[in-house]
Ligand binder design. Structure first.
Ligand code: GLY
Length: 253
């Protein structure tokens, strides 16, 4: 498995913010946490392809929003925020040796944070960043590969994956205040602790998850469910409204 990542931009203090107040970001601390994230992935056996910094693209560390990568192909997305649209160019270059590429066409908009794939099911969150036009294009691209695309309404948070992520083969970690569990037929659920609104974002790696240290109550629920956890600090990156899944694109070699 390869994880594509990108160094934290020196301009991250100018990042997009939708549901958070702007707070000072310590760039050195953000970079140290990002390095810890990459080290954890390497420790778990992934090869990390770390792309160079994009000094003028404030949110470019959050590579997840630029592409949907599947075993059969990859789709270069069209991020909802105008400041983020140029982030896709270098990602398309990085992915082209590995996958046949499709590209979302304007005026459709979709962030990768709004796309949750579970097996052959692809859920697309309708948020302030992503629309039905993009979901229809994704459905067309994936039609030959037997994926089922389903749109899901999201409220109160930035992305679908702020509200729900996969924590095990058959289990979703979910904040039901932001997305209705009824959308995800056949899955088991672990609900994030109500006092930890941002705790539903875990990075699932097949037999364990990477999980932020900031959410001890939800962490205990994951542990109690028998889920193996690698802890990382990500609170400085979280000030830029980014979570753990946002910081990588995972692909099978
Ligand atoms: N700062 C992350 C985003 O808004 O896209």
């Amino acid at each position: 498995m390869i994880a594509i990542t990108r160094e934290v931009s020196r301009s991250i203090i100018h990042c997009e913010l939708t549901h958070l107040e702007r707070r000072p970001i310590d760039i050195q601390r953000a970079r140290a946490q990002h390095a810890e994230y990459e080290a954890a992935l390497k420790h778990l056996g992934l090869a990390v392809l770390s792309l160079p910094e994009e000094p003028s693209l404030a949110d470019s560390v959050f590579v997840e929003d630029t592409a949907l990568v599947l075993d059969e192909c990859a789709i270069i997305l069209r991020p909802g925020a105008d400041s983020r649209k140029p982030e896709t160019e270098s990602i398309a270059k990085a992915l082209s040796p590995y996958r046949k590429l499709f590209t979302i066409q304007a005026p459709a908009r979709v962030d990768g944070g709004d796309i949750l794939r579970v097996g052959r099911q692809v859920y697309i969150g309708l948020s302030t960043r992503s629309d039905t036009n993009a979901a229809e294009q994704i459905q067309d691209f994936l039609q030959p590969y037997s994926y089922e695309v389903q749109v899901v309404r999201v409220t109160g948070c930035l992305h679908l994956k702020s509200a729900v992520t996969q924590a095990a083969e058959d289990t979703l970690l979910i904040n039901p205040a932001w997305v209705d569990p009824g959308n995800f037929a056949g899955m088991k659920f672990i609900e994030s602790d109500p006092s930890e609104a941002y705790a539903a974002n875990a990075l699932w790696l097949g037999d364990s998850v990477l999980y932020p240290k900031a959410f001890p109550r939800t962490r205990k629920k994951l542990m109690d469910a028998g889920i193996k956890i690698t802890d990382v600090d990500a609170d400085e990156l979280a000030k830029a409204e980014g979570a753990l899944t946002c910081c990588s694109l995972l692909l099978r070699e």
